[in-house]
Design a protein around this ligand. Structure first.
Ligand code: B12
Length: 489
């Protein structure tokens, strides 16, 4: 048996379908004996894995993890399984081992690391474990041999979603994953592409997948959505693609095909691309049920956008604020503020820019994070940012320390270039703007609590007084408004 383990990544109430293990399960379905263990669903996932090991001959524990708390849960379970069952081979895949393969392989409890897309690599790894092929022949795999020497077999070319079978949804209690959200009573998730053709320096996707994006055919996307609606009653969906809209003709086609499903949905897109879309396409997107689009605006400074290789301009972001207002779609603008080259200037300009966005489209949701670099693949240890070296940890335990967990979660990146004063300014501004316009995505916060936050913060926002917002911290603590960027905590 193969166990596909998805460690806990969110609070149970925020759980979503574990797409990574579902994609792997699709490759195993019908030919392999496997079981999914999801830490977002099970109270005691380690206990469940031990139970399965007690009942079956487990050939591999496949652990999926992204950087952050999910990696910590992966680490704890893997350690325990290695201690109690050293005979069970353990393989890590997902964004953490893809970005930090050496750190993952340095752990005594990790035998194999899979980088990037995992379906074919997993199938080939199983053949190797069964003595039917050489480990050296498996692209996308890193492993330690019997002498503890490490091998890196190089990258695997990425395939498009249509080249793999559908997720075997019936292997999970899907109803338990369709949770209420701002978008509907039963919100599903879907990923209709893989990879991203852009090279933004702070993002982990191109580092894990290279710089191509391959799309699912609109027919298949609509067929899967129809299945989720008909079989499980989904009424809304979040698309996790980095660029849900990359080509206008495809966007149009997909929207026209899915409109009859009456789903309310969320997706991610780029401001440069969507600022060029025609009014007809915007109207088709709205008609198809699009309620909110997440845009990486990143900075209010054009020199920073250039340095990040983001490929967008601040004017395009303002244009999106206008167009979304016109078509009644809520834009969610995300910023990563405090660029190493001149963090103070970036901060000042970005805060001014956010105020400008709010003037154009007050419905804009604003997400603010500290600029956090993501290392490029194959570069172990330190990574240079300007003249500054970031000494990334070289073990999972190193990444699990409070300092590096804060870095991963972009809460307090401890970035050497960001002065305490600038950091405070960013955080205080976030508190003020988040109180002045409490996120609509918190469906649990009662109306009175929103009004209270708005009233308390109005004078601060009007007079640009962001310092020491004690009263807002207190109110936010009491109200515990959902923070989209910190929902794993
Ligand atoms: C969905 C998602 C989430 C969800 C998780 C939902 C869940 N499943 O429980 C939520 C919202 C909770 C979340 C939170 C966070 N996320 Co997130 N998230 C994503 C997102 C949008 C999609 C991931 C996904 O489902 N992909 C689809 C599946 C099919 O692909 P996949 O995961 O890569 O899996 C494939 C391979 O990796 C591999 N594989 C995966 N696991 C395994 C296991 C084995 C054994 C094998 C062999 C192979 C294998 O095979 C799979 C199929 O090919 C990505 C961005 C993106 N579009 O990819 C960011 C992303 C993964 N997240 C990221 C981050 C930073 C975070 C947070 C730290 C954000 C924050 N500040 O809090 C938190 C941390 C979460 C935690 N608790 O640890 C970064 C990670 C890289 C980085 N820069 O560090 C990404 C890449 C975003 C980005 N643009 O940089 N996230």
């Amino acid at each position: 048996m193969i166990i596909l383990y998805h460690p806990r990544a969110t609070r149970p109430r925020n759980r979503r379908l574990p797409l990574a293990v579902l994609a792997l399960a699709a490759a195993l379905e019908g030919t392999e004996d496997y079981e999914i263990v999801d830490g977002n669903l099970e109270d005691d996932p380690t206990g469940r894995i031990l139970e399965l090991i007690g009942q079956h001959h487990v050939e591999l524990l496949g652990v999926s993890c992204m950087p952050g708390p999910q990696m910590v849960a992966a680490m704890e379970t893997s350690r325990e399984i290695r201690r109690l069952h050293p005979e069970v081979k353990i393989c890590w895949g997902g964004y953490f081992p893809s970005l930090y393969p050496d750190a993952a392989l340095n752990a005594r409890y990790v035998d194999y690391v899979v980088r990037g897309q995992g379906e074919d690599t997993l199938l080939e790894l199983m053949e190797a474990i069964r003595g039917k092929r050489e480990l050296t022949s498996i692209k996308g795999l890193l492993y330690k041999d019997m002498f503890g020497l490490r091998h890196d077999n190089g990258e695997r070319a990425m395939k498009g979603p249509d080249e793999f079978p559908w997720s075997p949804f019936h292997r999970l209690p899907v109803e338990k994953y369709l949770r209420p959200s701002f978008f509907g009573k039963r919100t599903a998730v879907h990923h209709a592409s893989i990879g991203c053709p852009f090279n933004c320096s702070f993002c982990g996707v191109h580092a894990a997948y290279g710089n191509k994006e391959k799309f699912e055919s609109p027919e298949r996307t609509v067929a899967i959505l129809t299945h989720l609606v008909d079989r499980y009653g989904a009424d809304s969906v979040q698309f996790y693609d980095m660029n849900f809209f990359l080509r206008e003709d495809k966007a149009r086609e997909l929207c026209d095909r899915m409109a009859h499903l009456n789903l309310r949905w969320w997706c991610e897109a780029r401001v440069d691309i969507m600022s060029r879309y025609s009014d007809e396409t915007w109207a088709a997107i709205k008609r198809a049920g699009c309620a909110m689009i997440f845009f990486g605006a990143e900075s209010g400074s054009d020199w920073v956008l250039e340095e990040m290789q983001k490929g967008i301009t601040t004017e395009q972001t303002l244009e999106i604020a206008r167009r979304t207002y016109e078509f009644g779609i809520i834009p969610e603008f995300s910023f990563v503020i405090g660029n190493p080259n001149d963090p103070d200037r970036d901060t000042q300009e970005s805060l001014r820019f956010i105020r400008k966005i709010k003037r154009i489209n007050p419905d804009s949701e604003i997400i603010i994070q500290h600029y956090t670099p993501t290392p490029q693949p194959h570069k172990a240890g330190g990574e240079m940012y300007g003249d500054i070296e970031v000494p990334f940890p070289d073990t999972p335990a190193g990444w699990a320390t409070e300092e590096w967990m804060n870095f991963t979660l972009r809460i307090d990146t401890n970035a050497p270039w960001l002065k305490q004063k600038t950091k405070k300014l960013i955080d205080n501004f976030e508190t003020v703007v988040g109180s002045r316009w409490p996120t609509v995505q918190d469906i649990r916060a009662p109306q009175w609590s929103r009004l209270l936050l708005k009233a308390l913060s109005a004078w601060r926002y009007t007079f640009h007084v962001y310092k020491h917002p004690f009263e807002l911290h207190l109110a936010q603590q009491f109200i515990a408004l959902r923070k989209p960027k910190r929902e794993s905590l």
